[in-house]
Design a protein. Structure first.
Length: 180
């Protein structure tokens, strides 16, 4: 094999150098911090920044909302509605979290999770949302994405959760999927 064909195969064989650069680029985008001065404040005192405004119906207090949420602490996605339940023991499905907007969210959403599918679903009710999620979505529009700085009293409080220590402030990222 000549040196030229070796170089050509490296370039053509799936552009390995490109595949190594793409993850770095994505990591750099995640590391980009939004200055606190650019955050707005809700009437409940939560600081938020709209990552994408959305173009659907606006969420008002009392709306039934379906969202995906991610609780980020020091760059780690600790709690997420995108983390899925097991389906049939080998596949997983991510289910949106449903609740009533404008009041603190409890550990259970409006959608009841049961095991009436003859063992098709493997049991847990999904991730525990922070109480401040219910207040954080008011004013958003369907399709919108928002970053919220959630203080401990609106987050997981004195108990903490997983990698989020007790009495810690963290970032909550929310995407509104539907509102009625």
């Amino acid at each position: 094999m000549s040196a030229c064909s070796c170089h050509t195969s490296t370039t053509i064989s799936g552009s390995s150098w490109v595949s190594r650069l793409v993850p770095r680029f994505k990591k750099e985008l995640k590391r980009r911090k939004i200055p606190l001065e650019e955050y707005s404040t809700t009437e409940d005192g939560l600081q938020y920044y709209d990552l994408a405004p959305g173009s659907g119906q606006e969420v008002i207090k009392g709306s039934q909302v379906s969202v995906h949420f991610d609780c980020m602490y020091k760059g780690i996605d600790v709690v997420s509605s995108r983390s899925a339940r097991l389906l049939g023991g080998n596949r997983s499905i991510a289910e949106p979290f449903q609740f009533t907007a404008g009041k603190p969210v409890s550990g259970q959403g409006a959608k009841k999770i049961n095991d009436s599918a003859n063992g098709l679903f493997a049991g847990s009710g999904g991730p525990k949302p922070p109480p401040g999620l219910g207040l954080a979505v008011v004013g958003m529009k369907v399709g919108g994405k928002r970053s919220i700085i959630l203080p401990a009293d609106q987050g997981y409080g004195a108990e903490g959760l997983q990698e989020i220590p007790p009495n810690s402030t963290f970032e909550l990222q929310v995407e509104v999927l539907s509102a009625q």
